[in-house]
Ligand binder design. Structure first.
Ligand SMILES: NC(=O)c1ccc[n+]([C@@H]2O[C@H](COP(=O)([O-])OP(=O)(O)OC[C@H]3O[C@@H](n4cnc5c(N)ncnc54)[C@H](O)[C@@H]3O)[C@@H](O)[C@H]2O)c1
Length: 367
């Protein structure tokens, strides 16, 4: 199988590492106009055929049915390479966030349909971790009763992409290049996981807000206009909760002057589950009532999967291309998740509630 990497930066190098774990012979090719990024890539992966632009790479040979193009460029440069990949007759796995806005996401979907190829999004990075799969099984078993409330809060005091993390990639801070802040950076993962757990048929964002706490190290030499703290009240309807609406209290911060904490909990009429979706070293707890008393138990976890979070997007997409059961988000679902993400911005800017319909899970029941 051949994998074409567009972008030779930080994330493309992780995809190139994963390619060696797919259990079959993979030939890599890479395109990036930036000589420094390319030099670093080739130092780590010597001998990979390299190009200074994506068209030259994709036009250098005719497509094969199972070719995969991975778009690992910043968000402002997702649309064009994704269209190029699909129009060249290849499947495309695009980094998160899928696009800059809904219009771009729709153009991608249209191109995928026209080409008869898969369009996937890397927002599935945390899907398939052993502790998240365990929580999914607890929810699906019905032991929590009717699910009615979700708390999904991740607040980090100082973890801004482009400042504390990957300080050289300043594009994260500029909305014209990133499309937005922590909602575009971490929101795709939150949404992909919440949908995987709860499989909603519609999502209503009743209200949302954006914040940008100030610090002494805020860069003055670059445009910095993205939110680093976001919150929303959402209602999920349909899916595993049946007719009962599920209220979701959502918050995500890469910078806050408030307390740094993570609290992710799903509450039902007969019990709750609490865990740390982004850290598989942390335990999973269930709580329930026994004889009128609160009981908390740690849930035994199965062995860890051999794959890391950095492997998952390509591992899941590769399985999809091979026709195997997969946790990949492709086509309509990838775009629905992105529309849900955008509805948080929509609600924050208009003050109005926003409704998004979600296509049904595919034949494997994967959301
Ligand atoms: N860095 C991470 O930890 C991380 C994790 C998950 C997802 N991502 C996502 O991956 C994407 C890229 O992030 P990154 O951290 O690798 O950025 P980066 O800045 O390290 O690399 C991006 C590369 O894309 C290249 N590029 C830009 N336009 C191009 C084009 N038209 N054709 C070919 N190459 C082009 C740039 O020259 C640069 O080398 C973003 O969407 C980001 O959200 C990054």
């Amino acid at each position: 199988m051949r994998i074409y990497l567009i972008g030779a930066g930080v994330i493309s190098r992780t995809h190139a590492e994963t390619a060696a774990k797919l259990g079959e012979e993979i030939e890599l090719r890479v395109a990036d106009p930036n000589p420094a990024a390319m030099a670093e890539f080739l130092e780590q992966f010597p001998g990979v055929p390299s190009y200074t632009n994506a068209s030259d790479m994709l036009n250098a040979e005719p497509p094969q049915d199972d070719d995969i193009v991975i778009v690992g460029t910043p968000p402002f440069a997702h649309l064009e390479p994704t269209l190029l990949g699909l129009q060249s007759g290849r499947h495309v796995l695009c980094e998160k966030p899928l696009a800059m806005n809904n219009e771009e996401a729709e153009l991608m979907l249209e191109a995928a349909r026209k080409a008869g190829k898969l369009l996937g999004c890397c927002s599935v990075r945390f899907k398939g971790m052993h502790h998240n799969e365990t929580v999914k099984q607890i929810i699906r078993s019905g032991q929590l009763g009717d699910i009615y409330h979700v708390t999904w809060v991740n607040k980090w005091a100082r973890s801004r992409s482009g400042i504390e993390y990957q300080a050289n990639s300043r594009w994260f801070l500029d909305s014209a290049r990133s499309g937005g802040g922590v909602m575009m950076d971490w929101g795709p993962y939150d949404i992909a996981m919440m949908h995987d757990m709860l499989q909603p048929e519609t999502v209503e964002v009743a209200g949302a807000w954006l914040g940008k706490p100030e610090t002494a190290v805020d860069p003055a030499d670059t445009k910095f206009d993205v939110e680093t703290h976001v919150g929303a009240m959402m209602t999920f309807r349909g899916g595993i909760s049946g007719p009962r609406p599920v209220s979701v209290h959502y918050e995500r911060a890469s910078c806050t002057h408030g307390d740094e904490y993570v609290k992710v909990e799903i509450e039902g009429t007969r019990g709750s589950v609490k865990w740390t979706p982004f850290d598989s070293r942390q335990p999973v707890y269930i709580r329930f009532d026994r004889d009128g008393q609160v009981v908390e138990e740690e849930v035994p976890l199965p062995p860890r999967s051999p794959y890391t979070i950095m492997d998952h997007p390509l591992v899941h997409f590769h399985r999809k291309v091979r026709g195997l059961s997969s946790l990949a988000n492709v086509g309509d679902r990838a775009v629905d998740h992105f529309r849900h993400l955008q509805s948080v911005y929509g609600s924050a800017s208009t003050g109005q509630s926003q409704l998004t319909s979600i296509h049904p899970a595919d034949e494997e029941g994967q959301a």
